[in-house]
Design a protein. Structure first.
Length: 84
């Protein structure tokens, strides 16, 4: 595996795990049923904590950047493989 593909794999794995932090906070603040309900906070539930909101924003940011990063790495890999 080339260095580019290694880092792409790690980036995808990291992005896939980011959402877990937010979901765990929802389970703590709202309980399991509140977590599985719609995105609106229930009247009796709490808002997500500040760090969980930041984790959700980081996950959205990573997904948006992955849409640009992954094809770029794959195109570079194909171009380098053809030259070798």
């Amino acid at each position: 595996m080339t260095t580019e593909l290694f880092w792409l794999t790690l980036t995808i794995a990291m992005t896939a795990l980011f959402w877990l932090v937010y979901i765990l906070d929802r389970m703590v603040t709202r309980g399991l049923i509140g977590t599985l309900s719609d995105g609106q906070p229930p009247e009796t539930g709490k808002e997500p904590s500040a760090w969980a909101r930041r984790a959700a924003c980081a996950h959205r940011n990573a997904v948006e950047n992955l849409a640009i990063f992954a094809p770029t790495v794959l195109i570079a890999y194909v171009c380098i493989s053809r030259q070798a």
